[in-house]
Each structure stands twice: as C-alpha cells, then as structure tokens.
Design a protein around this ligand. Structure first.
Ligand code: NAD
Ligand code: UGA
Length: 459
C-alpha cells in the first residue's frame, strides 16, 4: 500500500518525538498527531517552542522545521484516522489500578478505545501500527475488534515497538540500534519499512512475527532494568565490604560479553516503563502458570524498591536517627537527567519516606515544576495535600534549597550539579553538612576536602 498520510493517536513522550523525526526525514509524507487531551495539543501548537509539552534536547528544532509543513497536531481524531493509510497507536498503557491484574497487568483500555474508534470511522483499508508497549498477543485482540466492528474494509496490524530513552529521544530516533517491525502481511511490513528506510540503514530494520516483536519490547526493558538492579545489589555488598561499585562496574564492563553500558549504581531506576513493563511480564508469565519465570523477573522490582528504601533509611540513620524538623535539600526530581518526566522517579519515594519522618524537604530541579512535584506526592495518597504542601518547598535556585539544610540528597544526575560552587554550598549549610549522592555524581575526595560528610552508592 502506498503511504502518503500517517496518523498517530497519542501525542505523548513517544508519539510526539517519533512522528516529528519521521516527518523531518520524510518531507513527502503528511503526518497528523492527534490526542484527546486538548491542552497537550495546544502546547504542541504553541508558537513559543519552549512551551512544548515535552522537553527533549533537539526536539524543538525539529518541530520548528516540520510543524505546519508536513507535521500537524490536532484533536480531530476521526478526520485524521479517515485521511490516513497508516495509523500508529501510541497511547499510554499504564499498570492497571483496578480489577483483575490490579497493580500488575497493563491497562489496555486506551488501546482498545483507539481500535474501536478506528473500526468505527475508517472507510478505506488501513495499516494499524502498535507503537505503544503491549503484552504479547495484544495484536490478536486489536485484530478481532477491527474485523468484528469495522466497516468491512481490510486492516493489517503491525507491531513496531519504540526503544527510545527519554532525554536522548531525538538522537535515539535518528540513530536507532534497530527498528523492529512484526507482522503477518509482508506488504504491510514493507510499507512501514519504507518510511524508516529514509534514514535507517536496511540492516537495522528487523522483520519478525507479531508475537516476537511484542515480546521483544518487554524483554528489552526487563534486561535493561535487570542490569540496574544487578549493579545496585552489588552496591550494597560493596558498602559492607569496602569494595567500590564504580571500580567493580568498570572491571566487569571491560568484559566485552558484559559490556560497559547501563552499569551505573543509583538510588533506583524510575521512569514510566521499566516497572510497568516488568510487572506486566510477571503477570503474563503467571497467567501461563510459569511461576519460576515470574518470580525471577519480579526480583528486579523487589531489588529496586529495596534500593530506594535503603537510600532514605541510610540518610535517616546517618542523621542521628532523626530527620524530624530538619531541612533536607533534594537536588533533582526527574527520573533521569535531560527530561522533565517524573513518572516513578525514585525522588518521589525517597521524599515520601522522609516526609513520614517529618523532614522539611526543599526541592530544586532545573526542569520540573512545583505543581508537578506536589501532584506526584499527592498521587501516593500517603497524607493530605495540605500536609504535603507543608512538608515540601520548591526553590527556583539551588542555593535557596541548601540554606540551613542538614543534608543534600542528589536524586537526578543533572550535569549542572557537578559545576556548582560546592564550597559556597557547604558554607550555607548546618554542620556537619551531609551529602547523600544517589547518582555517584560528585567527587568524594573533593567533597571530603571541603568538609562534607559525603555518602554515595556502593562506596
Ligand atoms: P504519554 O502518557 O506521554 O502519552 C500518551 C497520550 O495518549 C496522552 O497524551 C493521552 O492523552 C493520549 N491518549 C490516550 N487515549 C487516547 C485516545 N483514545 N485517543 C487519543 N489520545 C489518547 O505516554 P508515552 O510515554 O508516550 O507512552 C506511550 C506508549 O509508549 C506506552 O505504551 C509506553 O509504554 C510506550 N513507550 C514509552 C517510552 C517513553 O520513553 N516514555 C518509550 C518507549 C515506549
Ligand atoms: C527505557 C529504555 O532505556 C528505552 O530503551 C525504552 O524505550 C524506554 O525505557 C521505555 O520503554 O519507556 P527510559 O526509561 O526513558 O528508557 O530511560 P533509561 O535511560 O533507560 O533509564 C531508566 C532509569 O534507570 C532511570 O531512572 C535511570 O536513571 C536509571 N538507570 C539507568 C540507572 O540507575 N543506572 C543505569 O546505569 C542506567
């Protein structure tokens, strides 16, 4: 099928950057990104590019070049579906918060709504592409909905999971390690492969069956998260034995079979997907009665929860077993640097734990707003909104956060933290001045020399 018009349902962290890059590399294609969230679409259309709903290095420039040319943002979902030969489904697939599979399974209601909507309004043959991360065999359900409720036209379903990481979305999209396309119709697969072949070398475009493609996405995230939990497990052993986790990571990473990437010990992984996708994998394994498989992967989450808890426990213990009434500065709230995304950020859980101990938390993050921080804490439902507002303060400048603080907890590895005048920061704090570096970002010798009581992960 010749593709001239593409529609993407879901203008989020994946839909926005992915379609912007496809538009940039395929000026001959017309691409419309639709969303039911009118505020989000308005933000994508904002004349001031600093107001785009998603912060990603390099994204604003691509949107500037393509928006209004061959990239459009709209709330008119039905027209965009009707006018396109290819439709990407890129909506959220969060962990279920109700009913069967609560807390484990992926909530597929938004995906199903998309499928029903496509079936209802489509009048010509369509290729429907799963871009969202989905449980293996979801394409079967989508196919059934499309064929049973559609207008008698042909639908081809493809799975084309996205592997971009936030903070590096644009470079990941421009130079993907691979593009994965799973499907049953060779013609449909080649239609999508052609879109990518504008900039992705042929050898990096992988074709598989539908189920392998769906399962590869969950597996990739599970393996990546497992590496973080593995090095974090070793970090605790380092703290008990005098080994240094950075040295251990370097030593094992030089083994080409292990590789050096993704071995940074931390306060714990966050982000919208690792936990959700592993829980989903565990749920699927259990649903096939594969209990050993499920237990194996569940341990990755258990270790991560332990690491977050261990970080705040260590902070409290070191501060003479009480943080009640003490000011604790938090540097960073985003789940990693170079993004304004805070979903499942370790900072949320550490802050929650410290608030339970009646700490006063002062937070600075270069890209996250006060409103977002309060929303994240309120979402946990641990205490009232008023209590959260009382317990945390937000500062637009890092120096305001540290004034009279007993300790600084580094939660995100923002580059700017390394460049601060740490002597000045030390001078502003209560003594002894503690740093708990959840990202092993700072230089221990330098911090010791200034006079800080410096604690990092696994050292
Ligand atoms: P997101 O929450 O940022 O965006 C999803 C958007 O879909 C929202 O704006 C929402 O309003 C919209 N939406 C929901 N239902 C809709 C409907 N029926 N019609 C129109 N719009 C609808 O989510 P995201 O981070 O972009 O993730 C999307 C999917 O991609 C998820 O399955 C996720 O697991 C996967 N993924 C995410 C990342 C990432 O880095 N965030 C990377 C790879 C894969
Ligand atoms: C991750 C994957 O890397 C992407 O390939 C995938 O597409 C995406 O999930 C998804 O499906 O959503 P992302 O969550 O954006 O991307 O960011 P990562 O760089 O993977 O980091 C995830 C978390 O692990 C962050 O909190 C990060 O700080 C932490 N991390 C990562 C470590 O603690 N140590 C490391 O060595 C690496």
């Amino acid at each position: 099928m010749e593709i001239k018009n593409i529609c993407c349902i879901g203008a989020g962290y994946v839909g926005g950057p992915t379609m912007a890059v496809i538009a940039k590399k395929n000026p001959h294609l017309n691409i419309t990104i639709v969303d039911i969230n009118a505020d989000r679409i308005a933000a994508w259309n904002h004349p001031d590019l600093s107001k785009l709903p998603i912060y990603e290095p390099g994204l604003a420039d691509i949107v500037k070049d393509t928006r209004g040319e061959n990239l459009f943002f709209s709330t008119d979902v039905d027209s965009a579906i009707n006018n396109s030969e290819m439709i990407f489904i890129s909506v959220n697939t969060p962990t279920k918060t109700y009913g069967k599979g609560k807390g484990m399974a992926a909530d597929l209601k938004y995906v199903e709504l998309c499928a029903r909507n496509i079936a209802k309004v489509a009048k010509t043959d369509k290729i429907v592409v799963e871009k969202s991360t989905l449980p293996v065999r979801t394409a079967e359900a989508i196919k059934s909905i499309l064929h049973n409720t559609g207008n008698g036209i042909n639908f081809h379903i493809l799975s084309n999971p996205e592997f971009l990481a936030e903070g590096t979305a644009v470079t990941d999209l421009l130079n993907p390690d691979r593009v994965l396309i799973g499907g049953e119709s060779e013609e449909a697969i080649e239609s999508l492969a052609k879109v990518y072949s504008s900039w992705v070398p042929e050898n990096n475009i992988l074709r598989t069956n539908l189920w392998s493609s769906e399962l590869s996405k969950l597996t990739a995230n599970a393996f990546l998260a497992q590496r973080v939990s593995s090095i974090n497990a070793i970090s605790e052993l380092c703290e008990s034995t005098g080994a240094n986790v950075n040295e251990v990571a370097r030593a094992i990473g030089m083994d080409s079979r292990i590789g050096s990437k993704f071995l940074n010990a931390s306060v714990g992984f966050g982000g919208s997907c690792f936990q959700k996708d592993i829980l989903n994998l565990v749920y699927i394994a259990r649903s096939y009665s594969l209990n050993e498989v499920a237990d194996y992967w569940e341990q990755v989450i258990i270790m991560n929860d332990h690491q977050k808890r261990r970080f705040s426990d260590r902070l409290i213990k070191t501060l003479y077993n009480t943080v009640s009434g003490k000011k604790i500065a938090m540097f960073g709230w985003a789940f990693k640097k170079d993004t304004n995304d805070t979903r499942e950020s370790a900072a949320i859980y550490v802050a929650d734990h410290l608030l339970n101990e009646q700490a006063n938390i002062s937070i600075y993050d270069p890209k996250v707003s006060e409103e977002r921080i309060l929303t994240d804490l309120n979402y946990l439902n641990t205490r009232t909104e008023a209590e959260n507002r009382n317990g945390v303060s937000y500062t637009a400048l890092p120096l305001d956060a540290v004034k009279d603080a007993h300790a600084i907890a580094i939660m995100t590895e923002w580059d700017e933290f390394k460049a601060y005048d740490w002597q000045d920061i030390y001078n502003q704090m209560q003594k002894p001045a503690f740093i708990f570096d959840g990202r092993n970002l700072l230089n221990k010798q330098k911090m010791d020399a200034i006079g800080f009581e410096y604690y990092s992960i696994g050292q």
